[in-house]
Design a protein around this ligand. Structure first.
Ligand SMILES: *[C@@H]1O[C@H](CO)[C@@H](O)[C@H](O)[C@H]1NC(C)=O
Ligand SMILES: *[C@@H]1O[C@H](CO)[C@@H](O)[C@H](O)[C@H]1NC(C)=O
Ligand SMILES: *[C@@H]1O[C@H](CO)[C@@H](O)[C@H](O)[C@H]1NC(C)=O
Ligand SMILES: *[C@@H]1O[C@H](CO)[C@@H](O)[C@H](O)[C@H]1NC(C)=O
Ligand SMILES: *[C@@H]1O[C@H](CO)[C@@H](O)[C@H](O)[C@H]1NC(C)=O
Length: 310
């Protein structure tokens, strides 16, 4: 399958430039050119999923936020195609948008805001999904938050993907939103390339499932290209394997690669601040931190707390 690389929304066809060619020869683990810009752009689209103007949009509106939440996007030509709010179970919320400046389709999921979201977060019991991969087990709350609402979202994504044939499709989300975006990419048979960017995404299931996600949506993924961004000692990407009450009954693993931001909260992120870490359950990044700062969960390039006045 033809791989592609997003460089600030510019699609470079992989015959000349493949992820593995760029990442593999750099033992010092440099970022590929443009990846930092893509992470910044998509972090704004992620924060915009917290804003009612987008998730309550009937379609046809520009992607807008409260001041300082998505400043770059305000200068771009964007249209929300469909907002969705409190799809149940799980209160799944977000929006689908088209970006005519960078030529992208964006499916963005909001993180936890409501009691329904938190109920889904707490359903950490795992369920088997042998039709996806043998031995794989997934977090039930995240699974239901995607699967019980997927029919509606899949139909819309496919319709607009047909309408915007040349536009890469990018699934994104912060926290719970990252979990739903990942499952949306991984559990469906899209028959198209999906690009995945998550920020502060929790662990999603057991080792076998993490391995499957890594194989299908890693830097050399067979189904798409995936970027899992973490920040310093953000508690959320490691909580399911660190919490003793959970880990005594359920084994949770992180996926690879991890793009670990090492700079402090509220400071701009440079390329040197991002470490690329390969290997499932590698403790050289966020997973190995022995402290937790809840505020690190809300600082990914910008303030992921996003809109407050909903
Ligand atoms: C989600 O939101 C709705 C309100 O639209 C609520 O009635 C529902 O019970 C919530 N919780 C869950 C778990 O779906
Ligand atoms: C989610 O959907 C499955 C069937 O796909 C159903 O068995 C289950 O009851 C649903 N869960 C909820 C909480 O509605
Ligand atoms: C673990 O469970 C026990 C008993 O239900 C509870 O008292 C304790 O607070 C829990 N610990 C954590 C870290 O959630
Ligand atoms: C974990 O990451 C570190 C730092 O990038 C690397 O040196 C090490 O080889 C990785 N371990 C595994 C098992 O991949
Ligand atoms: C926590 O991690 C830091 C940095 O890796 C290390 O220097 C320190 O000794 C660790 N503390 C504990 C209590 O493990």
């Amino acid at each position: 399958m033809v791989r592609s690389v997003l460089i600030y929304g510019i699609l470079l066809c992989s015959q000349s430039l493949a992820m593995q060619d760029i990442l593999a020869p750099h033992p010092e683990q440099e970022l590929l050119p443009g990846l930092l810009s893509s992470m910044e752009l998509f972090s704004e689209y992620t924060a915009a999923a917290t804003c009612s103007m987008n998730f309550n949009s009937p379609g046809g509106t520009k992607v807008v936020c409260e001041p300082k939440v998505c400043p770059m996007l305000e200068n771009m030509e964007t249209t929300v195609l469909m907002g969705f709010t409190n799809l149940n179970p799980g209160n799944t919320t977000g929006y689908l948008a088209v970006d005519n400046t960078n030529h992208l389709l964006i499916l963005s999921f909001r993180g936890s805001r409501t009691a329904g979201n938190r109920k889904a977060d707490g359903q950490y019991q795992q369920r088997d999904i042998p039709w996806i991969c043998q031995g794989c087990q997934v977090h039930s709350g995240f699974y239901n938050s995607w699967t019980n609402n997927s029919e509606y979202i899949v139909a819309a994504v496919n319709m607009y993907a047909d309408a915007y044939r040349d536009y890469p499709i990018v699934f994104i989300g912060h926290s719970l939103g990252g979990a739903i975006a990942t499952l949306g990419a991984v559990l469906e048979d899209w028959g198209r390339d999906i690009t995945l960017f998550t920020y502060g995404c929790p662990e999603l299931g057991n080792y076998d499932f993490a391995n499957y996600i890594t194989n299908t949506f890693g830097t050399q993924g067979t189904k798409g290209f995936g970027v899992r961004v973490t920040h310093t000692n953000d508690p959320i990407p490691k909580v399911l394997s660190n919490d003793k009450n959970i880990s005594k009954d359920w084994q949770y693993s992180t996926t690879s690669p991890e793009f670990w931001i090492t700079s402090k909260n509220h400071v701009p992120v440079t390329e040197d601040d991002i470490k690329v870490i390969y290997g499932i359950d590698n403790k050289s990044g966020n997973l190995g931190t022995n402290t937790s700062d809840p505020f690190a969960h809300n600082w990914y390039f910008g303030d992921m707390a996003g809109c407050r006045g909903n």
